[in-house]
Write a protein that binds this ligand. Sequence first.
Ligand SMILES: [Ca+2]
Length: 512
Amino acid sequence: MSLLSPAFPMKDHDMNRTLKTRSRHIVLTLVLIMVWAGIAMAADRNHRPSVVFILADDMGYGDLACYGSDTIRTPHIDSLAAQGLKLTDFYMAGASCTPSRAALMTGCYAQRVGLAKVLLPTAFPKDWPGPFLWPELNHGISIVDGCAIGINPKEITLGELLQAAGYRTGLIGKWHLGDLPDFMPNRNGFDSFFGLPTSNVVNPVDHPGLFPPLPLYRNEEIIEWMPEQDNLTRRYTEEAVTFIHENRERPFFLLLSHSMPHRSIHVSDRFKERFSEEQLNSIKPGKPSSRDFLYPAAIEELDWSTGEVLNALDECGIAANTLVVFTSDNGPIVGSSGPLRGRKGQTHLEGGVRVPCVMRWPERIDSGRVKKGIVTVMDFYPTLAAMAGAEVPPTPVRDGINMLSYLTDSEETDSPRQAFYYVHNEQHMGAVRRGVWKYAVGSEALYNLEEDIGESRNLADVFPARTVELKRQAVEFLSDLQQNSRPCGMIPVMTDDGTPRKMLPAAGVDSL
Ligand SMILES: [Ca+2]
């Protein structure tokens, strides 16, 4: 017998059986690995955080108790700060509605995606008798070169990024990135939509003869014209609670984008109780500012709404792994900027663009934190993508910076963002901030925001070299913005005789 022969030589059929057994073992092992991996992936998917991003409209830096208000009670919003994180130096990308929302959805300065001005309605009901105008306002826009404008459908919005990562996405409330079908939320990243395409004030009651009636949408269908605005906050809240319950088993992104406290200000009946009959009778149609006295009540109703959202997360058992953010889309027109200088519409001033931002995420953010580094609305795009495990495409260029580590690590005190540029309208540079230093382009003034939050002491003469350097950076960034911007969406709109629509001057509108 050869030494190389097996002691018990195998017959062919024995060998086949052994191979079959081995194959079965391998297959079984592979199946087990795949099942385990599947369970692990499902567990990971189930464990990815949900996000509720609550956006107030035109609420100022000084309008929450946790930012110093002693006239407005906001216990639920304050609880987000107490149980999580408060940012003192958080910036929107513009001092009005559309630019801020464009920045949230794209992670870019609004000018980079062609949405620097407030969009006015371009969708009119077919049987609307008019009269109506396609108004041209200095800060608002409806038609450019015979086209309605809105978010470019080619943009990969934050909603689309999260959808691709398996998130359920919902927008409840105001959109304001275009009101023609291809610009609307369901075609730009949201599985569901309930709300208004524009600001609540663009309607024929508040501006007789100027604007068409306000449509309330559910997904792509108009379900009401001119909804009773007193009920808007309550209805948005009910929709939000339903959305949370319906999606409790999977990760979701809910953008609760309130229409309040934007003019014209409305609150539900129970928030009117504190006002006298005389005050309530002083409200005049056609004069949105006559409702301004309702402002504190409108914020307190948003606080009630936030409490309902937090209750819903508790009821569903998902509060611990849900990031809840509360912020505002720009500074106040009616409310308080607190210690900041400037208001809505003033992009170069702190009060126009710096807003409260509080957030809670019990599993990842320690309670009672305050961070003073610069964070902007653009940064939520890569940050939420990182939270969701979504890949941000390498092109086109974006301005957002991933803040996940900075926001969640209690020890990390330096924001990865060093600079913020205050850009308004079509690529006009208002100011630049680097660290604590801010250079205002128009006035050529230099401020130290840490020591002088109200921008009252011009230090340009004291620090001339720093002033020149910041000015250089402002020019350099503006040049980059001009060279690396992309167009917004444009859809031709024609008059009945087939000619392109044009804008008409509209007098007597001060703010939208
Ligand atoms: Ca706004």
